[in-house]
Design a protein around this ligand. Structure first.
Ligand SMILES: O=C(O)[C@H](O)[C@@H](O)[C@H](O)[C@H](O)COP(=O)(O)O
Length: 266
């Protein structure tokens, strides 16, 4: 059970006692959204990120979720990907495949990873084309207020610098509003070449989950969530503001430790 659940204009905050509780809460949340999307649309379009997220999703490979989730209806995407070979240890596809996708009955043709044999720019263009086709057939829904894809769920981690997906502080990719997917070749976090969803796509999702653990993220969590007045930096994580969708933060106690005025109900 969450130590604290708070709703504010930065979304719903779920602070969990430890990583085990966070894993269970996250698995429940994803399983519920999957069930609701399958009921409503017949499919579940989910976008993953890299980093610690996949490990934190690990409970989905265990009972009861491995049997109760309708895996055949899942369509998998990446909110960001490193432009490396799919079998490279830096690949977000490899991370998800080894940690999750190979352990549950996902349909291989529903897994939409990037082309790893072309440049970052070409990979971004091709990936966007694939998403466009899936929007046309409504495997991926479309926003009511723009032509953006509306993913059922986008899962994001956050770096200690407040980056999300491969959108880093003060990087021009943050300003990209024309494209759904962009590329960078100078990521401050290695490897340098990446593709990433842009903010309009992230903010068009039906649900966005920010999954953040560890004390090294506490300051960025504070800056991303608390009302810090006019000096508020344009931290990428603070720019995650789903227009019509729902934002939920999954935090462990250390990551939440610098939040203003959070009362833990023990
Ligand atoms: O591919 C990536 O590098 C990511 O998608 C990135 O945005 C990640 O989610 C954060 O850096 C948090 O990573 P950790 O959870 O491992 O700190």
């Amino acid at each position: 059970m969450a130590l604290s659940e708070v709703n504010n204009d930065r979304g719903e905050l779920r602070v969990l006692e430890n990583s085990d509780e966070l894993r269970t809460d996250l698995a429940d949340y994803i399983a519920e959204l999957s069930e609701a999307a399958v009921k409503e649309r017949g499919v579940f379009a989910i976008a993953l990120s890299g980093g610690s997220l996949i490990d934190l999703m690990g409970k989905l490979c265990e009972a009861p979720y491995n049997k109760t989730v309708d895996w055949a209806k899942w369509y998998i995407f990446w909110a960001d990907e490193r432009v490396v070979a799919k079998n490279h240890s830096d690949s977000n596809y490899k991370l998800a495949k080894d940690g999750l996708l190979s352990k549950v009955p996902i349909v291989p043709s529903h897994v939409h990873s990037i082309n790893d044999s072309v440049s970052a720019e070409e990979a971004a263009d091709e990936y966007m084309f694939v998403i466009r086709q899936l929007v046309k057939t409504r495997m991926v829904s479309v926003s009511d207020i723009s032509d953006c894809p509306k993913f059922d769920l986008i899962l994001l981690g956050m770096g200690p610098d407040g980056h999300i997906a491969s959108l880093f502080p003060n990087h021009s990719a943050l300003d990209e509003t024309d494209e759904w997917v962009t590329f960078i070749i100078d990521s401050p976090k290695p490897p340098p070449e990446r593709i990433t969803f842009t903010l309009p796509v992230i903010n068009s999702a039906s649900n966005v989950a920010m999954v953040v653990t560890g004390e090294s993220k506490a300051e960025a969590v504070h800056l991303a969530i608390d009302n810090i007045g006019p000096d508020c930096p344009s931290l990428p994580a603070r720019l995650v503001q789903p227009t019509k969708g729902k934002l939920v933060w999954f935090l462990d106690k250390p990551a939440a430790s610098k939040l203003d005025g959070l009362q833990f109900s023990e």
